[in-house]
Design a protein around this ligand. Structure first.
Ligand SMILES: NC(=O)c1ccc[n+]([C@@H]2O[C@H](COP(=O)([O-])OP(=O)(O)OC[C@H]3O[C@@H](n4cnc5c(N)ncnc54)[C@H](O)[C@@H]3O)[C@@H](O)[C@H]2O)c1
Length: 269
């Protein structure tokens, strides 16, 4: 495969200022893509955009947008297609959780905020970008959409029930977009496990505590990295995955897939 397989292609990443989004940005720019980074955190968005542009010499356009707001998403999509003549890859990635609660006690505002950010936000973005992407004339595919879901959407997590509901919803939504946008666009999801990002304020102790409280053990005996997820995203963005659509790729060191209790493993983490 050509190392610069994204040359001449535009990539739009939501939640592009931090964590996985930032990792995707560097990886795609290194493969020749120009980028639109979308985020709600203005300072971090500017910082990441400048850093990626300086280090890769690709064009990086930051767009401040709250993905939960349909008017802002519409404006963002229009601006993106004004800046670039194509958006070939959409990484629909912005998301997060709002604390730990039992499902019988969680407050209504937490439910609303979580569903708005993870589920409605990704729906609004996929809808606005997907419709425009479909009109592109690239062959054999007009574009590719990659959602960030979570293992919490595959194996429900009682500590973060609404986050689990929202991420299970993303997996269903990804399959619906895969049906609707076929045969011109592939749509897949990546479900990470536990990876050190802004979600844990980049603090390993905070992530360890979350794993301990959830009795999580990792069969492959190490913590997840941003690169573990970025590597799968590069595959999904590349021609090597052109015949794959409607799939959820779990990237978690074996936590969700193996289905045996935590005490079964001899791993320390
Ligand atoms: N870190 C993990 O272990 C893990 C595991 C499973 C899934 N995920 C998912 O990965 C995705 C990326 O998160 P991350 O771990 O890189 O965390 P992160 O906090 O580093 O990045 C998330 C980014 O999204 C942005 N964002 C938040 N709300 C927004 C909004 N309303 N509009 C636009 N941007 C917004 C934040 O400002 C931030 O830059 C999320 O969907 C998260 O649920 C993370």
């Amino acid at each position: 495969m050509n190392d610069k397989f994204l040359e001449g292609k535009g990539v739009l990443i939501t939640g592009g200022a931090s964590g996985f989004g930032r990792g995707f940005a560097f990886a795609y720019a290194q493969r020749g893509a120009d980028l639109i980074l979308v985020d709600i955190n203005e300072e971090l968005l500017e910082e990441t955009s400048k850093k990626v542009e300086n280090e890769t010499s690709q064009r990086v356009v930051p767009i401040l947008c709250d993905v939960t707001k349909s008017d802002q998403v519409l404006e963002m999509a229009k601006q993106a297609f004004k800046e670039f003549d194509n958006i070939y890859i959409l990484n629909n990635n912005a998301g997060g959780g709002f604390g730990f609660y039992d499902i019988t006690r969680v407050k209504e505002d937490i439910f609303d905020k979580t569903i708005a950010l993870n589920l409605k936000g990704q729906w609004l973005v996929a809808k606005e970008i997907g419709r425009r992407m479909k009109k592109q004339n690239f062959k054999p595919l007009a574009g590719k959409v990659i959602h960030t879901a979570s293992i919490a959407g595959v194996r429900v997590d009682g500590g973060t029930p609404i986050y689990s509901i929202s991420k299970a919803g993303i997996i269903a939504m990804m399959q619906l977009f895969a049906q609707s946008l076929a045969p011109k666009i592939t749509v897949n999801a990546i479900s990470p496990g536990y990876h050190l990002t802004g979600a844990y304020k980049n603090n390993l102790d905070a992530m360890k505590l979350t794993m301990d409280e959830g009795h999580v053990k990792t069969p492959l005996n190490r913590y997840g990295t941003v690169d573990d997820v970025v590597n799968v995203s590069i595959f999904l963005a590349s021609p090597a995955s052109n015949f794959i659509t409607g799939h959820n790729f779990i990237v978690d060191g074996g936590i969700a897939e193996t289905g045996v209790p935590a005490y079964y493993f001899k791993s320390e983490i």
